[in-house]
Design a protein. Structure first.
Lengths: 345, 338
């Protein structure tokens, strides 16, 4: 009697194993080295951070299970109609509005993509929550912009969009290597110094080693505010007198309100960048090109910055390049006029 | 006699602090350059300075001066509102935020930042919601009959709590990479957005409030005896109180408009003034104004100069204020009126 029960149990266990292996067609090693069994068909993916969410959009917008934040009105026309009505699931652990786990389960994603800047920053708490959901998850790691080609390749493999992943990786590599060449040829003292102006007063900035100003680092590493970043949030306050002392050649500005008034505000007239009219407003529709969040859009943002800093050494038709980029990464056909409006609102 | 000596020495201290602060800054300007510049301005002829004249004008008149003036007005407004409230509510623990004005104004500022990119819209929103919060508090108090003071305080607690929660909602729904840090930093307080023009158009209503409260300081003495006594002496308690609340609200809401949330000043400065000149509001109110103005100029100097980056001024006022308040409490234990 006892033996019979055991046999039946074994049979069921074996059957169960086969059933499981039937559903998990593939196994991948994710970017932190975990082996993850992936479901055979991946139709819906959830990425609980803006970085992951944006890059998922670039890989294939139809895969998105939901949004992190509600879409902004001005962004809609650049985004695929199919994402306009996606539910707002929210993010996890300080990455935006906290997700409601029940909404997440209701949307039943086949896979979750977690984003991290390195093995050290893996959020154990997030993992514990996810394990309970019983949805497979993979880690994408991008410590800096140079890691993006690998992320594209990895996601291409995971999402079964290998060709697309390779294409995006190729484009990114080309941009990065062009930039490195041009910057390498320019001697240190010839590279323009840059001040990153955040906030409506233009008096918040980042330390030069912050991820928020990685583009300035790549484009010659002449950020005027040299210090060590204490927190990820950033936005260090700085006094106008300090900016006048720094006397940057170029200002890249995040806020239109600041950009609009800086040329008329008498207090700013002693800053070299303002005197020489080299203040540039960062394009931000539909996603910010430079920072906040520092996403893959920076691959375009880097070219824009290089074109602004080194007009002779890095000649660039930014409108044309941006249209190519939007077509390639966002799948958006943007007219010449519309793109001009994005770059110079 | 003693009163005029103390007040005039406080005034001299304020003027000296302002002048010294004008010479302090991140950009190295020598004392002689500063003096020569002002001598040149007064005599209307250019003096030979080391730094370029227009740069000096920019540093001294466009960057430093508006900030010093703004600090002065903000300090004075918060202190005078605090002193008036403490007398009116017969309570030493009262601060200008009692009726919810700071909570309302903060909510207004955050809402403005989320819905609009125009700074003027943010400022208007700040001011209006500061008033709205106080009106709700007063409205709640008027629904019921009973001890007006107690009901007003409870109304303020309710209105303040409501706007604090509303503020949280706005923060929660704000873009966490862009708008949220801006809101958080603004609520920590700071004078970096105080440019000449803003200071100019905010200073006028602030002066009205300060002078208004100052001119009514005699009534505050009567009010601080309690409603019954005041009524018995023929003072129109309700009318005076609401006028007072109106003026104090205007002054406090405007401080949020130019400097964000600055805590503790309105609570501590009246106590310091009281230690110095005693409880008579005729002296206490002007003393609070002068000390508050001086204090905030000094605190802003610290926030400008201490590090390469600016420290939000609200943090400094709290950090300096809290230990000081503990000391004041020891003294207050012996009876705050004396």
């Amino acid at each position: 009697m006892k033996r019979k029960t055991l046999t039946i149990t074994l049979v069921f266990l074996l059957a169960g194993l086969f059933a499981v292996s039937g559903a998990t067609a593939r196994e991948v090693v994710d970017m932190v080295g975990r082996k993850v069994a992936l479901p055979a068909v991946i139709k819906k993916v959830y990425a609980p951070s803006p970085y992951g969410s944006y890059i998922l959009y670039a890989m294939d917008p139809t895969l998105m299970a939901g949004l992190i934040f509600p879409l902004k009105e001005e962004d809609r026309k650049f985004l695929d109609k199919r994402v306009h009505h996606l539910p707002v699931i929210g993010g996890l652990f300080g990455q935006g509005q906290t997700a409601n786990m029940e909404v997440l389960l209701k949307e039943k994603p086949d896979l979750i993509i977690l984003w991290t800047t390195g093995k050290a920053t893996i959020n154990k708490k997030a993992e514990e929550t996810l394990i309970k959901l019983n949805i497979p998850y993979v880690y994408a790691v991008a410590e800096n912009l140079a890691a993006y080609p690998d992320v594209f390749l990895f996601l291409g493999k995971v999402l079964d969009r290998e060709e697309r992943g390779e294409m995006l990786a190729r484009y990114t590599r080309k941009v990065l290597s062009n930039v490195t060449t041009v910057v390498g040829k320019t001697p240190w003292e010839k590279r323009p110094t840059v001040y990153y102006a955040e906030g409506t007063d233009g008096l918040k900035t980042e330390c030069n080693d912050s991820i928020h100003v990685e583009l300035i680092k790549l484009a010659g590493d002449r950020d005027v505010h040299r210090c060590h970043t204490a927190s990820h949030v950033g936005m260090e306050k700085i006094s106008l007198e300090q900016v006048i002392l720094y006397n940057p050649d170029v200002i890249v500005a995040q806020e239109k309100a600041f950009y609009d008034k800086v040329f008329f505000d008498p207090r700013w007239q002693h800053v070299k960048a303002v005197k020489e009219k080299r203040v540039y407003l960062i394009p931000r529709v539909p996603f910010n090109w430079f920072d906040r969040p520092p996403s893959f859009m920076r691959i375009l943002g880097l070219q824009w910055l290089m074109g602004s800093l080194y007009p002779e050494q890095y000649p660039l038709d930014i409108v044309r390049e941006a249209r190519t980029f939007y077509q390639l990464f966002l799948g958006a056909d943007v007219s010449q006029e519309d793109m001009k409006a994005v770059i110079r609102p | 006699m003693k009163r005029s000596i103390i007040l005039s020495s406080l005034l001299i201290l304020l003027v000296l602090t302002a002048i010294v602060s004008l010479t302090l800054g991140k950009y190295p300007v020598t004392l002689s350059d500063t003096c020569l510049f002002f001598v040149g301005k007064i005599l209307n002829e250019k003096q030979a300075t080391v730094l370029d004249q227009t740069l000096l004008e920019n540093l001294l008149l466009s960057i430093r001066l508006p900030r010093i003036i703004a600090a002065m007005f903000v300090g004075a407004s918060l202190s005078v509102s605090g002193a008036a409230f403490q007398a009116m509510f017969v309570n030493p623990l009262v601060s200008p935020g009692l009726l919810g004005v700071l909570a309302g104004a903060s909510f207004g500022a955050a809402l403005g930042m989320v819905v609009s990119n125009s700074w003027l819209a943010v400022q208007i929103c700040t001011f209006l919601f500061g008033f709205a919060a106080v009106m709700i508090a007063v409205g709640i108090a008027r629904i019921y009959r009973g001890s007006t003071i107690l009901l007003l305080i409870l109304g303020g607690v309710i209105s303040g709590a409501m706007f604090t929660s509303l503020l949280s909602i706005v923060k929660y729904s704000a873009d966490p990479y862009d708008k949220l840090p801006a809101i958080v930093y603004w609520l920590m307080g700071g004078l970096s957005l105080a440019d000449g023009q803003t200071v100019l158009y905010v200073a006028v209503p602030m002066t009205v409030s300060i002078v208004g409260i100052l001119s009514m300081s005699g009534y505050l003495n009567v009010l601080s005896m309690g409603d019954e006594e005041a009524k018995a002496m023929g003072v129109p308690v309700q009318r005076i109180r609401f006028l007072m609340i109106f003026l104090a609200t205007m002054a406090s809401a405007l401080t949020v408009v130019i400097a964000g949330m600055i805590q503790w000043v309105g609570l501590i400065i009246p106590h310091i003034a009281r230690m110095l000149v005693g409880p008579n509001n005729r002296t206490l109110i002007p003393a609070s104004i002068l000390i508050g103005a001086t204090y905030l100029i000094v605190v802003d100097d610290v926030s400008r100069l201490m590090f390469n980056v600016e420290i939000p001024i609200g943090i400094v006022t709290s950090l300096v204020g809290i230990p000081f308040f503990v000391l004041v409490l020891r003294k207050a234990n012996r009876g705050w009126g004396a």
